[in-house]
Design a binder for this molecule. Sequence first.
Ligand code: DQB
Ligand code: GRF
Length: 203
Amino acid sequence: TKVAILISGTGTNLQALIDHTRCGLSRGEIVLVLSNKEGVEGITRAEKAGIYTKVIPHQKFESRESFECAVTRELRSAGTDLICLAGFMRVLTGGFVSEWSGRLVNVHPSLLPMFKGIGAQRQALQAGVTLSGCTVHFVAEEVDGGAIITQESVPVLPDDTEDSLTQRIKTAEHKAYPRALEMLARGEVVLGEDGRCINSTII
Ligand SMILES: Nc1nc2ccc(CNc3ccc(C(=O)NCCCC(=O)O)cc3)cc2c(=O)[nH]1
Ligand SMILES: N[C@@H]1O[C@H](COP(=O)(O)O)[C@@H](O)[C@H]1O
């Protein structure tokens, strides 16, 4: 399975996926790392790993659609089978989402459907929950509303700050995302017609 990773920043999830796909047993091969922002650490990580990188600055485009058209051109020329959003911070239009439906996933730093959108870690702290974590989900037009593929929980400690909780959740993401990639690459989970996730490992 040819995998493209879309980023906007640090890329620790990208690094986890690079390390995982290089361990020998993975069905996934990262063929492209694409960022909408110049000079981010994630691009350096990909270059060090010898992976083809592309920066497409969204602000240089007239519209969301024209930006996404340029992204899709790169994805197709790389032969992409699966797109993983990893800290990619641009909302995607319904056109892009439906074109890549079932082959487009994202990792979110909360146990969805709780704490959707920006600042999920802060929302969790403000809500006073004692359990949080991360969710890998199919991308639907509704932001953070897509079918859940896999989740990983972490405790929220009384003295947690946004940073300490973010770090703990990231270690969970670095386990959950590679697991999700293998499930997808092996066809163990697929997106159903009704937008629900079909998990064939239980059949
Ligand atoms: N349609 C669709 N697209 C997405 C794009 C990125 C992410 C990643 N998580 C994200 C969740 C929220 C945002 C967001 O609201 N950013 C501020 C507005 C930035 C902008 O103007 O674009 C970005 C990424 C998830 C989704 C998703 O679930 N559905
Ligand atoms: N979508 C969210 O953005 C962050 C990206 O972090 P990194 O992978 O760039 O370190 C992760 O916490 C992820 O949940």
